[in-house]
Design a protein around this ligand. Structure first.
Ligand SMILES: [Zn+2]
Length: 309
């Protein structure tokens, strides 16, 4: 078998890993719950044994390295996670070096949305371009910026926190300390919260609210009003991103995509209104859906050892 790399996606409750070869073929994949209640050592051991099992299965094929995507703020040089809602027990601890030491292999730590953006660039919706922005619309909103085919990391590794762009001055408070962050008005959880406030129901998923928007009733009208807020909030953020980067491609992924037909018209209208750059580059600027779904982060994480070598 040819050389492969392993991509790991470490979520708050779930650990996924995939072995991927240089051509982008996924040759093995696993998923498991993490023992996050048992603390740091248990989670580190989960990661290490998942990778060892995978390496064992693949026999003597050469391993290029391991990329690990994590939800949180990364200190790239030190290989630390400095802020994370989901993995507090791994904060301010040399995660990268510890995994590397136990496995005897090079490990690269990366923010999960950055990894997803890189995955889309490598073999997803961004294959044809070298510059793109990805917004992942889930529990929160992650952002990844690919410039010249590489992740734009900034000085420390924290660039691309696009979910915390202010889109509503003094809007809903956010866990990051700001108010009116994009993720408080356009993430799947924001849709659930708005549906609750508008008495559409409890704990509705973005898909539920999308289905409701099809109804020709008062309920449907309320659901469509939620998607208008989502679309306009995304439009404000994207107009700024288009003005900032003049990239050819902006991708959206995650739980709100089933409602594309309801929010995208508002999003596009808002971008059109607010971005001069967009108006004069309309035919060269695409706003589109990502294509790798929740596997984008695995592909991107696996690609890192090749990209960084
Ligand atoms: Zn925020």
């Amino acid at each position: 078998m040819s050389e492969y790399a392993i991509g790991v996606d470490l979520g708050g409750t779930n650990l996924r890993a995939a072995a991927i070869d240089r051509s982008g073929q996924m040759v093995d994949k696993m998923s498991a719950a993490t023992n996050f209640l048992q603390g740091r050592e248990a989670v580190l051991q989960d990661i290490v044994s998942a990778i060892q099992t995978m390496r064992h299965k693949l026999g003597s094929a050469p391993l290029a390295g391991i990329g690990v995507g994590v939800p949180g703020f990364i200190r790239m040089k030190e290989g630390f996670i400095t802020g994370s809602n989901n993995l507090p027990y791994l904060e301010n601890f040399p995660v990268r070096d510890e995994i590397s030491r136990r496995l005897g292999t090079r490990v690269i730590l990366e923010n999960d949305a950055n990894a997803a953006a890189l995955g889309e660039k490598w073999i997803g919706a961004g294959r044809e371009v070298d510059d793109l922005v990805l917004l992942t619309l889930g529990t929160g909103i992650g952002g990844g910026i690919i410039s010249g085919g590489r992740v734009l990391r900034g000085a420390v590794g924290m660039a691309g926190e696009l979910g915390h762009m202010t889109v509503v001055p003094n809007g809903n408070p956010c866990g990051c300390g700001n108010q009116g962050c994009l993720e408080k008005h356009a993430a799947a959880t924001a849709v659930t919260a708005m549906a609750h406030l508008m008495h559409l129901g409890e704990n509705l998923t973005a898909k539920d609210v999308s289905d409701m928007a099809r109804l020709d009733t008062e309920l449907g009208e309320k659901a469509r009003a939620i998607w208008r807020v989502v679309g306009e909030s995304l439009g404000i953020a994207l107009a700024t991103l288009v003005n900032t980067f003049n990239f050819p491609l902006y991708l959206l992924s995650g739980g709100v995509l089933p409602a594309w037909e309801f929010f995208a018209p508002h999003m596009m209208r808002t971008i059109e209104q607010r971005s001069f750059t967009y108006r004069v580059t309309r035919t060269e600027t695409r706003i589109a859906q990502a294509t790798l779904g929740n596997e984008a982060g695995l592909f991107g994480a696996a690609y890192l050892p090749w990209l960084e070598s």
